[in-house]
Design a protein around this ligand. Sequence first.
Ligand code: NDP
Length: 295
Amino acid sequence: MNGAEIIDGKAYAAGLRARVAAAVPAFRVAAGRAPGLAVVLVGEDPASQVYVRSKHKATVEAGMESFEHRLPATASEMELLDLVERLNADDRVDGILVQLPLPSHIDEKRVIATIDPDKDVDGFHVVNAGRLAVGEAGYVPCTPLGCLMLLKDRLGDLSGLAAVVIGRSNIVGKPMAALLLAENCTVTVAHSRTRDLADVVRRADIVVAAVGRPEMVKGDWIRHGATVIDVGINRVPGAEPGKTRLVGDVAFAEAAAVAGAITPVPGGVGPMTIAVLLRNTLVAAHRRAGVALPE
Ligand code: NDP
């Protein structure tokens, strides 16, 4: 039986985008300009092109200024660094996002380190990772911040809850763990060397799966009533030959039978990422212009 509440990330993300859009006119009046987001795409990776297009569309829909910069796959690291420096210096640009992955001849770390931390709306700069670690205001990576919003929307105060984050990447797992710790959860971070993962997950009131392995987390790993956030996006063969479908890192039907609430894939965490990117850009615009941020 399917007992869990399905957490509708698509609806929450739509609401967040609407709240961001509603705050833009007052910012325009106060600052004399719109919030601006610059997105840089290097090369022709099809998935990255789709992401960049949807970020552009969402930015414009929110009433913000979108600056799109496309460089060929052959662009040198120096060309990209020069572009980032120009965007750092451009007052109309509040947020800078360099779409990853970059071609292999470009050092991603160096590029991210060149972004002004106060325009780093992706939250990938080490200064922002440090701010998150010590509890200072900065920019938090969009996907884990979106997961936290969904958790707080469902559970309210997270204080004292046992949270297990599976995955320790710099863009999802580690910032997710830091956010949950800041909410006073008791946090366990599991990874590929974790022993008895099923037993570790069984102790959790909150499970966040960010692994990249289709349906790895089984229903009998989930504690009755737990809240399950599935970050995974995995493409697997579909029912019909030649067709594919998306699944998460959690075996959804099994887990939904025991969990209290669960995010679906697609339609759970996925839509939150762009909505939070817009929110981070709005925050950056207000901070940079010295304008008070609405709720
Ligand atoms: P990474 O590949 O960077 O990290 C995966 C993590 O999972 C690593 O820490 C790894 O451990 C751990 N891991 C791998 N295998 C196992 C295992 N068998 N048991 C336990 N842990 C394991 O992935 P990301 O964090 O970038 O992404 C994770 C998933 O989230 C992917 O499916 C990705 O597509 C999705 N994603 C979705 C987003 C969205 O919704 N908008 C945004 C970003 C990611 P170790 O460190 O030991 O190698």
